[in-house]
Design a protein around this ligand. Sequence first.
Ligand SMILES: *Cc1c(COP(=O)(O)O)cnc(C)c1O
Length: 388
Amino acid sequence: MKTKNFETLAIRTQSGRSQHQEHSTPLHLTSSYVFDDAEQMRARFSDEEDGNIYSRYSNPNTTELIDKICLLEGAEAGWATATGMAAVFTTFGAFFESGDHIVACKSIFGSTHTILTKILPKWNITHSYVDINETELWEAAIKANTKAIYIETPTNPGVDIIDLEWVGALAKKHNILLIVDNCFATPYIQQPIKYGADLVIHSATKYLDGLGRVMGGLIAGSQKLIDEVEGFARHSGPALSPFNAWTISKSLETLAIRMEKHSENALFLAKCIENHEKVEFVKYPFLRSHPQYDIAKKQMKLGGGIVTFVVKGGVETGRSFLDKLQMISLTANLGDTRTIATHPASTTHARLSEEERLDVGILPGLIRISVGIENIEDIKLDILQALN
Ligand SMILES: *Cc1c(COP(=O)(O)O)cnc(C)c1O
């Protein structure tokens, strides 16, 4: 397809039709594929001929999803995994070996933090955390054995923004990989590869599916790097199920309009509670008060769907705010059509000490709202009545 337009690519990127000439891609539930003869079988196994062998390696539904994410992220190649964490772990498994070191941003998804601090040290792979706001310390954290910089932007749950152009140049200067978890923004809002990211990771469970149905993960980057990912993943087996790939590929058809609406609702809500008497402060990338507002405006098309705010009064007020909500769901997911509220200090980050939480910006009264695409008046009313 010649077009470069996001919406069209998200809809029209499709695997070849079968003899039934279906308009919408069918679900290919098969674990393996047949060969015409022994020669074809040999050629497939030796990579002389392209084509499917076994669904742990490839499947028409996962291939369609990968082709789509590559076009949307501006990547040469990609790989699909069962979950977002499988994408993170597969990337680490493919590129890091004993003795390697990773520089990572301090505010980071909880399970990624656990992999860095509890699992990778088993194989003598170490890391250093750097604060988003202390950019001058990033270069100092890069050592002779540093293999990669790993970041999220916006971060989860801090909604901090890292300057992709700056960090891309830093990675290039030191000839190390830049890996970006682009889960919060999605490629509709920001394409990290444009700024020098080598690999982009997604939890497709979030906005890419977007309807809270299935789990999935994606990795995208250059052909050379994805060959390494493939070498690891084909044999270690984190493959995405064809059903989930089919579901996520369908969902991508509406990603653009969903992200427009999530962002419109989120900005409206952020402005609406910004000066509320029960609210200490609100953090949203496209609010002028956001510490990295200018960077957000430079690299993001929209502000995205995540708003955080701190209610006055601490942990108990945070928890009682959740209890007062009537429509908004209390659930661990985000990036759903339905608005979701969480209280990180008593849930996802409860295992951290108070000091560790404050260090990554999780104040006792912090509430994270994944703003859905219900009518904004209903979202607003629920938040306001719970605050009051
Ligand atoms: C949810 C999430 C993940 C993990 O994805 P799963 O699909 O839940 O395994 C990774 N990074 C970020 C930023 C996330 O929000």
